[in-house]
Design a protein around this ligand. Structure first.
Ligand SMILES: *Cc1c(COP(=O)(O)O)cnc(C)c1O
Length: 503
């Protein structure tokens, strides 16, 4: 198709790619043959990379001389291969955090022994029962849940359960030396830290049924200051527990270490600046029908707040953990890692998104390319997937897909950068894969593939559905590198080779 009026300089948000994901994306004919055989959309996982990521977190523990496990927050991805690959790592180093009865059953079935499993989130009776029955650690979400667990253990003669108390509503001390205001967001999960005494009374009362092994928090924020307050508060609560004669050892700092999706800081800054200009109308539109990603134009003034994931991040994943441990505690003024070390507390973290960083991609076939309307210059590219199959937008993650032309297909002679909107395969106006104009190095053609890189964290199966009987993505696991890629269906993957040991 013809190109529209000359686009301004393209505003790319190129993905951050590391091996083996970067070399997998170069294997275009391999990816095309997978999609030809297994359909569109298709999730492709790199289970070996999750082990490297876990090792990255463990490396930070080692630098700070800390002991304790890294638990994978299963909710980020439901695939078998990632969980099975993790079971084959050092049991003392890596565990799994499950947030539903189904995830607990899956972890057990994949080979995790219960001593490596942490049950988090609000739980129903069956989930609590199976956790206690098998001997998983229960991260207690509320006082009522503690009562319910103790009741089940007595009623069904279950073994005494290890419990952590998840705390919330931490408050920055007025005497904090920095004087910086730390804002806390409310959470529906956990028990308010100011009511911890009552919770400890309950633990005491139920000591025949439960054994307190520590305290926990999980804050869905990128703010290190906020997490520093929470971590130091947890250390204080641990001291209180010891004063009561309890012997807790573990502080669980949850997840939220983040992922850098966009490689280049300059591209990210430029894009977000231009997005604000577009909302104000001082440059051509960058989004579908005035969508503002949280921003709006009120009489020439920019209002609202950009509801975007910080897609370029100077520190993320293990680097973010390192930053937190090096951060000075707001009250004591000493590094948090040092405080943990001096108390000989085990550190537990539960990365979800960060542990599956670079662990896979999602492929979609280009179905057709057309103008958005008779009076519109906008180009719509319809893909063989819907917004539920790649929920980057849902999570506010803006990053470009990688165009993989069909091998052997004719290339455009005049091909140059274009800005397009990506639409899904549902008969629903709202089914857009991107509500922003995505800039590509050339116009896509039917038969090309679009590869969404780094989708293993929440973007593959968290929102997938069967609307209109469109297929949900199949998932495959691939191993190897260069031109020796091997693949199998996700459900067929086990961390062993059929003919001999894993290389
Ligand atoms: C979701 C969740 C995590 C993982 O969060 P990420 O942002 O993916 O790292 C960890 N712990 C708990 C309790 C959670 O609910």
């Amino acid at each position: 198709m013809e190109r529209g009026p000359a686009v301004r300089a393209p505003l790319y948000l190129q993905p951050r790619l590391e091996p083996p994901l970067s070399s997998l994306l170069e294997a275009a004919s391999f990816l095309h043959s997978l999609a030809d055989a297994l359909g569109s959309p298709l999730n492709v996982l790199l289970p070996d990379r999750i082990v490297e990521n876990a090792a990255g977190f463990r490396g930070v523990y080692r630098e700070h001389h800390l002991t304790g496990r890294v638990y994978f927050a299963h909710k980020a991805n439901q695939a078998h291969s990632l969980v099975r690959r993790l079971t084959a790592t050092d049991p003392a180093a890596v565990g799994i955090d499950v947030a539903s009865l189904g995830e607990l059953r899956h972890a057990l079935e994949c080979g995790f022994t219960a001593d490596r499993i942490m049950a988090t989130g609000p739980k129903d009776r069956e989930f609590l029962w199976l956790a206690a029955r098998t001997g998983a650690c229960v991260n207690i979400d509320s006082p009522a849940e503690l009562e319910q667990l103790a009741g089940l253990i007595r009623a069904y003669d279950l073994p005494r359960a290890d419990v952590l108390l998840r705390l919330t509503e931490f408050e920055a001390s007025a005497s904090a030396a920095s004087g910086a205001r730390v804002l806390f967001r409310r959470s529906r999960f956990g028990s308010p830290v100011r009511e911890v005494d009552r919770l400890l009374d309950a633990v005491d009362r139920h000591r025949d049924a439960v054994r307190l092994t520590g305290v926990a928090y999980h804050l869905d924020t990128t703010g290190v200051a906020e997490k520093a307050v929470a971590l130091e508060s947890c250390i204080t609560v641990m001291d209180e527990c010891r004063a009561r004669g309890m012997d807790p050892r573990v502080i669980d700092i949850g997840g939220g270490f983040g992922v850098g999706y966009v490689a280049d800081a300059g591209q990210w800054e430029h894009y977000t600046t231009e997005l604000a200009e577009a909302v104000l109308g001082t440059r051509p539109a960058l989004t579908w029908r005035g969508h503002g990603y949280g921003l709006r134009n009120e009489g020439g003034t920019l209002r609202g707040a950009q509801a975007l994931y910080p897609a370029h991040r100077p520190t993320a994943g293990p680097g973010y953990l390192d930053e937190l441990l090096a951060h000075t505690a707001p009250v004591s003024g000493r590094p948090l890692g040092t405080l943990l070390l001096e108390h000989l507390y085990d550190l537990v973290c539960e990365p979800g998104r960060a542990l599956v960083d670079q662990c896979g991609l999602t492929l979609a076939r280009v179905l057709d390319v057309r103008r958005a309307g008779a009076d519109s210059d906008d180009v719509l590219v319809r893909l063989g997937m819907n917004a539920g199959d790649v929920s980057l937008e849902e999570h506010g993650v803006l990053v470009d897909p990688v165009l993989l032309p069909r091998p052997g297909a004719q290339q455009d002679a005049d091909g140059g950068p274009v800005g397009v909107y990506l639409a899904g395969n549902l008969c629903l106006e709202a089914d857009l894969i991107t509500r922003r104009k995505v800039f590509l190095p050339r116009m896509p053609h039917p038969g090309d593939l679009m590869a969404f890189a780094n989708t293993a964290g929440y973007a593959m199966d968290f929102h997938a559905h069967h609307a209109q009987r469109q297929p949900v993505a199949r998932t495959v696991a691939v191993t190897g590198e260069g031109d020796t890629w091997r693949w199998c269906l996700d459900e067929e993957y086990w961390p062993i080779t059929r003919g001999g040991p894993v290389s």
